[in-house]
Design a protein around this ligand. Structure first.
Ligand code: HEM
Length: 125
C-alpha cells in the first residue's frame, strides 16, 4: 500500500471520509441540518487544509478551532461525535495509505480534535 504523496491522495481521503460521515446518521445531521455544507465546495477546502499540514504547501488561513466553536454554539459537539469523526477519518486513511505521512495525518487529526474538545469543554463551564 502506498503512502500519501500528492493532493490527489488527500482528495481521495477526504472524499471517502465524507462518504462515511454522511452515511452515518449518528453524525450526518451536523453536515446536513446544523450546517448545510456544499460538498463540492467543502472538499477542496479540506484538501488545502491537509496539504498545508502534511505536504507543506500553504494556503489555509482560517481559524479552524473558532469555526468549530461556532458549530458547537448551534449544536453540542460531544466527545461521542469526536470519537465517530476520528474513527471514520482513521479508517479512510488506513484503507488507502500506509507509511509515515499516513501516520502523521492521523496524529494531527487527533491532536487538533483534542484541542477542539478542550476549548469546547472550557465553554461549557
Ligand atoms: C465532532 C467532530 C467534528 C464535526 C461534527 C465537524 C463538523 C464540521 C462542519 C459542519 C464543518 C463546516 C463548517 C462551515 O462550513 O461553516 C466543518 C469544517 C471543517 N472541519 Fe470539522 N468537524 C469536526 C471535527 C474536525 C476536526 C477534528 C478537524 C481537523 C482535524 C476538522 C477539520 C475541518 C476543516 C478543515 C473544515 C473546513 C473549514 C473551512 O471552511 O475553512 N473538523 N467541520
Amino acid at each position: 500500500m502506498p503512502d500519501i504523496q500528492t493532493q490527489n491522495d488527500l482528495y481521495l481521503i477526504v472524499d471517502e471520509f465524507y462518504k462515511k460521515l454522511l452515511s452515518d446518521e449518528r453524525i450526518s445531521y451536523i453536515f446536513t441540518d446544523v450546517v448545510k455544507i456544499k460538498i463540492e465546495e467543502h472538499l477542496p477546502i479540506l484538501v488545502t487544509f491537509w496539504s498545508q499540514g502534511i505536504l507543506g504547501t500553504g494556503g489555509y488561513t482560517k481559524n479552524l478551532t473558532q469555526i468549530h466553536l461556532d458549530i458547537n454554539e448551534k449544536e453540542y459537539l460531544s466527545p461521542e461525535l469526536f470519537t465517530i469523526w476520528l474513527s471514520h477519518f482513521n479508517n479512510s486513511v488506513d484503507e488507502n495509505f500506509k507509511g509515515q505521512k499516513a501516520e502523521q495525518i492521523k496524529t494531527q487529526a487527533l491532536s487538533i480534535a483534542t484541542v477542539m474538545q478542550i476549548k469546547i469543554s472550557q465553554k461549557k463551564s
